[in-house]
Design a protein around this ligand. Structure first.
Ligand code: XMP
Length: 552
């Protein structure tokens, strides 16, 4: 920490982001439409080739200065004729590296090279039967003559550009794939990246390994080794500080830093008293017993209780929790500096690739580091400066989890369900008090125990686990009302608990989980019996939208 003023608004600046895939040759996915590109980048990574996502209007000179081993042009929702259609810069096709275009990417490639892509009225959506032409194809390689592919398009290429060979068709689409081997240009109207394309992975493999000459060498071991090297190169023998929340991302950063620069790291765990039952003890146990780091737990539950007293407005609660976090954190950093007699220069953060992509673009993210999760809107106080280190900024969430497992983090941390930074405070409607926190914590523990058990049963029965599990976020909410009940011979006037359990893949949309009545029944019976102050349980059956997952 230093007191030099950095950006005028007091925002942190990532002076030294960990370099990307270093020795690995990378594949760049040019994104013509949000969700398509991410999926492709993930498929490529699944094949153990490092890949990055860039926006379609990437600066070509920047790309050419450090050329990738191959390019993939994603699909996109636009028609090449739409006035605001994302344009393909033809220079992308002239970088001297192989290019593979999917769907919109194929159409953009064809239009740029003089092919014909007429507007059509007949689209093709869903599975289609692909028949290979009787020519050899490097892309389709030894996949079957007839196979199922996934289509999702209206326009299509009706005349391939000069030099291209048409390699397959479907009943609706005469040019379903094409290639110009001499120029290293390949394209499919269908989507090899989706699972419904039966041989999509083989085609991607053919492109990566045969056409582009890449090797499947981006493995967990190489990720750990490279990240450790990069961290060591970056921080030298200086001290690093990390705000540990107990969440997956900050825990994986802590484990990685422990591996890379062990004794130089201090993990500051700000226990604000808003965590779930048993959570602080679990975090402390892992980072004091399993990893060699300097672990500091700051118990500030009382301080937070004071900060939150009398506050009912959800946004004000969030703001206070976030800014108090930084106050505590900076006080701790200053204390450590005084203790050790030397400055702490580096602040490690659990920024992950989706944060980078969402914060504008991969391009912008290099200069605009953001503070994520519960403190994501809170800039550093004026005059405070750390250099940032973000060792996970190139990894997707499931890769972060795999990395955590490879580094030895226990399952309960690596597969923790999402939990908001402001913790239980956003699940207590109205003022947060120690009494309400105790009620919610106990009720929440019951909800988690019962649904964990149910998930476990489901996993055994279906073989589907973890991030793909059907119920992915589940918790209790304490509303600011009371109702009448009767327990024993006495009338009660106590709080209800709302149970919230949702199915989702990315938290952007969610549906309420169709939990069996028996599970809901057990939860309700146990909560009323075990949690003092609760006499009623209700189940939230709202999807998102229109609801949100959290209640505040
Ligand atoms: P909503 O409630 O908006 O939540 O449907 C979507 C996902 O984000 C989590 N969430 C938060 N995470 N700080 C966080 O770090 C927050 O303030 C916050 N609010 C919601 C929520 O648990 C869900 O997974």
């Amino acid at each position: 920490m230093s007191n030099s003023q950095n950006a005028s608004d007091g925002h942190p600046v990532a002076d030294g982001a960990v370099p990307t895939a270093s020795s690995h040759r990378r594949v760049v996915v040019v994104d013509f439409g949000a969700q398509y590109g991410q999926l492709i980048a993930r498929r490529v990574r699944d094949l153990q080739v490092y890949s990055e996502l860039v926006p379609f209007d990437i600066d070509i000179d920047e790309l050419a200065a450090d050329p990738p081993a191959a390019l993939i042009l994603s699909g996109g929702p636009a028609s090449v004729y739409a006035p605001d259609a994302p344009a393909l810069n033809p220079r992308l096709l002239e970088l001297g590296v192989p290019v593979l275009g999917f769907c919109y990417g194929m159409q953009a490639m064809a239009s740029a090279l003089g092919g014909t892509v007429p507007r059509t009225d007949v689209g093709e959506y869903g599975p289609a039967e692909l028949t290979r032409a009787s020519v050899t194809s490097r892309l389709l390689a030894d996949t079957p003559a007839v196979q199922t592919v996934w289509m999702s398009h209206r326009d299509s290429v009706t005349k391939a550009p000069a030099g291209f060979t048409v390699t397959a068709s479907t009943p609706t689409t005469a040019i379903a794939s094409m290639e110009d081997v001499s120029r290293g240009l390949y394209a499919t109207q269908f989507h090899p990246e989706v699972h419904h394309t039966s041989y999509g992975n083989q085609m991607l493999s053919a492109f990566l390994f045969d056409v582009a000459g890449l090797s499947p060498d981006w493995t967990m071991t190489s990720i750990i080794d490279e990240a450790a090297l990069a961290v060591r190169a970056q921080v030298g023998d200086e001290r690093v500080i990390l705000g540990l929340s107990g969440g997956v991302d900050s825990s994986v950063v802590a484990a990685l830093l422990a591996h890379a620069v062990g004794s130089q790291v201090t993990c500051v765990f700000v226990d604000h008293g808003l965590l779930r039952k048993g959570e602080s003890e679990e975090v402390e146990a892992v980072f004091t017993q399993q990893f060699e780091v300097d672990f500091v737990r700051v118990d500030v539950a009382e301080r937070y209780a004071r900060v939150l007293a009398g506050i009912s407005d959800p946004e004000e609660k969030r703001r206070r929790i976030g800014s108090e976090f930084w106050h505590v954190f900076f006080e701790e950093a200053a204390r450590l500096e005084a203790r050790d007699g030397r400055p702490v220069r580096w602040l490690a953060q659990g920024t992950i690739y989706p944060d980078v992509i969402e914060s504008g673009s991969a391009k912008a993210s290099k200069s605009a580091a953001t503070i994520k999760s519960h403190h994501n809107l809170i800039p550093f106080p004026r005059g405070v400066h750390f250099d940032l280190i973000e060792p996970l900024r190139n990894l997707f969430k499931d890769e972060v989890r795999a990395l955590g497992t490879a580094l030895g983090l226990p399952e309960h941390i690596v597969h923790r369900q999402p939990f908001p930074g402001p913790g239980l405070a956003v699940r207590i409607i109205g003022e947060v008090t120690p009494e309400k926190l105790a009620i919610l914590r106990n009720a929440d523990a019951v909800v988690r125990e019962e649904i964990d058990a149910y998930n476990e049963e489901l996993a055994k029965a279906t073989g589907v686990r973890d991030s793909e599990r059907s119920v992915w976020q589940y918790f209790a909410v304490l509303p600011d009302i009371r109702s009448v009940g009767v327990m024993g011979d006495e009338r009660t006037y106590a709080h209800p608990i709302i149970v919230r359990a949702v199915e989702s893949r990315d938290a952007m949309t969610a549906d309420w989980a169709k939990l069996p009545y028996e599970v809901l029944g057990r939860i309700a019976t146990r909560i009323v019996a075990e949690v003092e102050g609760v006499n009623r349980v209700a189940y939230d059956i709202t999807s998102k939208p229109p609801g949100t997952i959290e209640w505040e």
